[in-house]
Design a protein. Structure first.
Length: 367
């Protein structure tokens, strides 16, 4: 639903909107269906973002429309189909569930905050959700990117979308933005808890591989903090787990094109590990807060196959934070910190209702 254009008033000021505070959880995005046409639409939007591909526009337009959008959608659609669920895209399912649970957890903590989710590319778009929030009377919005580590290619692009929407609106809500939370204690603790739980059930492998999404190396050289924040997350996580430096590796996945990206690359590293005699690995993707194509297909399927083919014996992928109660609690802590000073207090009846909703959501997550 789109918010109608704001009327111009010539006889007095426009009445103030109903006061309200909201959080918009923004993830990367996903096609609407695992089909070539849907993937083509998604990729056209995603790969047209100048934050994502920093190549002269005219040249890139020819490459994108003349080659990539003619060949890649069919192959990518098959990959999406391999991880699609009855509820839809895993990324969208987890993002929606996290938003619902965060609202309940905040309610239990005494905060009345509407929590919505949006996609930078695809649906529901950031603009459409901001339209709806404004129509609902929301006057304060906290933007929470689903990216723990800041990057111009992801976090800044989300902010761009918000700024672009605001440029077309006369009465702009008050905004706050969370740049990163790569070293937030709750985030690190939730990751450690997820890994320990996996070890208790499946045993600990010889090596823990922490695979982060890759970006071109030039982003680091131009001042992007992403590489450093990934390594800090890994170091803090290893400390929580009591892992020595020789028991874990930091790698980068999802390389695209021929340019040099952050190294070492995940799949080649796994192949070398297997060839050097490492028989068992655990792979976790700390930079993704919800499972998606890059974790379920690229890591749990493709990287697994590469490691085993190279001589490895046991490959265990550790799922993302998803609807982990410790993670949702960490999101609530982070949100409350950034909501400071905004009126969000909940009355007793609303708190009780929020507690009931949170309990129901937690029960659903366990089933």
């Amino acid at each position: 639903m789109s918010f109608a254009p704001e009327p111009t008033h010539t006889h007095g000021a426009r009445p103030a909107a109903t006061s309200g505070t909201a959080i918009l959880l923004c993830n990367l995005g996903t096609p609407d269906a695992p089909t070539a046409p849907a993937v083509r639409r998604y990729l056209a939007e995603f790969l047209s973002d100048a934050r994502v591909v920093e190549i002269p526009k005219a040249l890139w337009w020819l490459i994108l429309h003349g080659i990539i959008l003619r060949t890649r959608p069919k192959k990518s659609a098959a990959k999406y189909a391999s991880i699609w669920t009855s509820e839809g895209s895993p990324l969208k399912v987890w993002t929606q569930k996290q938003a619902l649970m965060l609202r309940g957890y905040l309610g239990v903590r005494g905060h009345t905050v509407d929590v919505r989710y949006a996609m930078r590319y695809g649906n529901p778009s950031i603009a459409s959700q901001l339209d709806q929030l404004k129509a609902d009377g929301v006057t304060r919005v906290l933007i929470l990117p689903a990216y723990p580590q800041y990057s111009g290619t992801t976090t800044a692009s989300v902010f761009d979308a918000v700024y672009s929407w605001a440029a077309k609106v006369r009465r702009i809500p008050e905004f706050r933005f969370i740049n990163n939370y790569h070293d937030a204690p709750g985030y690190i603790a939730a990751l450690a808890d997820k890994i320990r739980a996996h070890w208790q059930q499946n045993g600990q492998a010889e090596q823990l591989v922490m695979s982060f999404h890759g970006v071109p190396e030039r982003t680091l050289l131009l001042g992007d903090t992403y590489h450093c924040e990934c390594h800090k997350t890994a170091r803090l996580l290893a400390e929580q787990l009591g892992l020595a430096k020789d028991r874990y590796k930091v790698t980068f996945q999802s390389r695209f094109g021929k340019a040099k990206w952050l190294q070492p690359y995940t799949e080649p590293t796994l192949i070398k590990m297997a060839q050097s005699g490492v028989k068992s690995v655990n792979v976790v993707c700390p930079g993704f807060i919800g499972d998606c194509l890059e974790t379920l297909e690229e890591i749990s399927m493709e990287a697994r196959h590469a490691f085993l083919e190279a001589g490895g014996k046991t490959f265990n992928y550790i799922e993302c934070l998803n609807d982990s109660p410790k993670w949702i609690a960490a999101m609530a802590d982070l949100s409350i910190q950034h909501l400071g000073g905004w009126p969000t207090q909940t009355g007793p009846d609303e708190a009780a209702l929020a507690a009931s909703r949170a309990a129901a959501l937690a029960l659903g997550a366990k089933q």
